[in-house]
Ligand binder design. Sequence first.
Ligand code: ZN
Ligand code: ZN
Length: 408
Amino acid sequence: MATTTKKDYYEILGVKKSASADDIRKAFRKLARKYHPDVNPGDKASEEKFKALSEANEVLSDPKKRKIYDQVGFYSDNIDPATAEAYARAGSSGGGFPGGFSGGAQHGGQGVPFDFGGFDFSDLINNAGRGQRTSGSGSFRAIFGSIFGGGRGAHPAEEGPEPGTDLEYQVNVPFWTAIRGGVMRLNITRNDVCSRCHGDGALEAPGKCPECGGTGQITQTGGRMKFNVQCPRCHGTGKNLTTCHTCHGEGTVTNTEPLEVRIKAGTRDGQRIRLPGKGNAGAHGGTPGDLYAIIRTGDHPLFHRDGDDISLTVPVSASEAALGAKIEGPTIDGRALLKIPQGTQSGQKLRLREKGVPSATREGVRGDEIVEITVHVPMPRDERTKELLRELAKLNPEDPRAELWTKV
Ligand SMILES: [Zn+2]
Ligand SMILES: [Zn+2]
């Protein structure tokens, strides 16, 4: 199952053991540019390579860490320089460090337990006079935790719950649905909990783990030393676990499913409607994210919507405008009586209180309708009409541009 690979930081960065700090810095920059995830989106191999480069650089670019690495063959924050020095002086005889640690890869991920190929860490610590006691895989992991830290793709049994991410969907709501309310049906593509493994990413088969016989630990020996490590197959559970093939161990699967979004009457353009728990499923029992429906309201050929107000243009005849009239005008509720005051000019606006959109947020509140008047000038087709208009002009000799000139 697990293949072992030696982690040689110098080899990863392609530099000699004698490389200067500058050589290391240059080598890292060159390779990091090539393998950066932004440059290779979705490329798993590049991602892994980039992680390895970052790890190598982190150690080799730091003189203190590099010294420990050179002396011991690997680096951990938990090894202090004195311990490393003591080890280096003692030499690597008697089943000491195998010149680096090897990592087992399972499920194509990182973070699985490492195989130290025969090094008893407690001996090293005791030899160095630290008197620290280590026993069992728990403390072993605690000591080496920083080496494995941050790795992704580890067996789900080892990871805590991770909340799911939120989703955002634009919802195009027709004009009338936004005003009167209704239901919009969407097709949402989201990560859902895998129904086969119930989000565990693994399935339990009958029997015990074939690797450790159900104890959860395996013994590593090297030379005269031996120690127990957590079983890499079952991750210490002792159970006969296999990766779920439906979700490939992820615990979630991508599903496209219909979803109904309730649109309240008066919903406005740009509004965000939160649907709790309808985002992506969380990993390993984590809470799901939320779904946000971003509302885009549709247009209407006549009515224009501005928040809860409706505006439109209504033409009136010259005589209606001059004499005043009661006319019928359109509102979102149907026809409404509109009172045109005497002497209404083109462009004048009339406000019809509470004939606008019912507010989605304030109960019982409605917007207004704003009617802009355009005066329809008569087109005289006969002599009689022309005569009347000339007579009208004589009776009303005022100059409509008089005010204009006062402002020039
Ligand atoms: Zn599954
Ligand atoms: Zn096991």
